[in-house]
Design a protein around this ligand. Structure first.
Ligand code: PGA
Length: 260
């Protein structure tokens, strides 16, 4: 029997994740929470998570202590502890109050040279530590234009999920060319890729895991396009960068998520 997996056919909850990237001091993170949290106290219809930089995890843990909003980190190292100067382990993230951790974001793959193999190591350790990894996959513009988007995403999934046991996962489909560019994918393209991702999870981890996994779209999500994405069958939420940085803009996205 698969752990923590609702029956096939169960409606998946919408998940909205704020990825603040390398933005906000602790004071700015606190000010955001003071404005945003009182307005979402009753929101339990959807899952909301905020992933601040490491330096603001502690302040957010305090601020979120009596809130349904969950805390997430943007990265981790694939070891429990040891001589890895500058790195942070999954156990430290658990201890810091994290529920989620983003793994394999394209900025880490592209700017910091993270490989599928490293991402697989992170997935295994995050799950072992009891964190929920948000695994990011997605093709570059060149890969899309040369009709290799599906091949790339399938390879990323297969490599990142080696050795992962069947369970409900969170996967974010983020086409690299749509991130921070103001050029979101069309709902048709995003929907097709998210269905393709679910089919691949089914192949790799079975039908129950596939049916229960939350598949998010990310890349220039904002208040004008979120509703359309959330109406697509295989899109269960969004990973949001720019539009999650201001409390009023993030609140608008939460309200859209609640009302879909
Ligand atoms: P964006 O970033 O919403 O600013 O495009 C999304 C992401 O990188 O997760």
């Amino acid at each position: 029997m698969v752990k923590d997996i609702p029956e096939v056919g169960t409606i998946r909850k919408i998940l909205l994740v704020a990825n603040w990237k390398m933005n906000k001091t602790q004071g700015e993170a606190q000010a955001f929470c003071e404005e945003f949290l009182p307005l979402v106290k009753e929101v339990d219809k959807i899952d909301i998570a905020i992933c601040p930089p490491f330096t603001s995890l502690y302040i957010l843990k305090q601020m979120l202590s009596d809130s349904l909003v969950k805390l997430g980190a943007q990265n981790m190292y694939a070891a429990e502890k040891g001589a890895y100067t500058g790195e942070i382990s999954p156990l430290m993230l658990k201890d810091a109050g994290c529920t989620y951790v983003i793994i394999g974001h394209s900025e880490r793959r592209q700017v910091l040279g993270e490989s599928d193999e490293e991402i697989n190591g992170k997935m295994l350790l995050a799950l072992e530590a009891g964190l929920i990894p948000i695994l990011c996959v997605g093709e570059t513009l060149d890969e899309r234009e040369s009709n290799r988007a599906e091949e790339v995403v399938a390879r990323q999934l297969e490599a990142s999920l080696q050795g992962v046991k069947p369970e409900a996962l969170v996967i974010a489909y983020e086409p690299v060319w749509a991130i921070g560019s103001g050029k979101n994918a069309s709902t048709d393209d995003a929907g097709m890729m998210c269905s393709f991702i679910r089919t691949n999870i089914e192949k790799l981890l079975g039908a129950e895991a596939a049916a229960a996994s939350q598949i998010l779209y990310g890349g220039s999500v904002n208040e004008s396009n979120l509703k359309d994405f959330l109406q697509v069958t295989d899109i269960d939420g969004a990973l949001v960068g720019g539009a999650s940085l201001a409390a009023d803009s993030w609140l608008k996205l939460v309200r859209i998520g609640e009302n879909v």
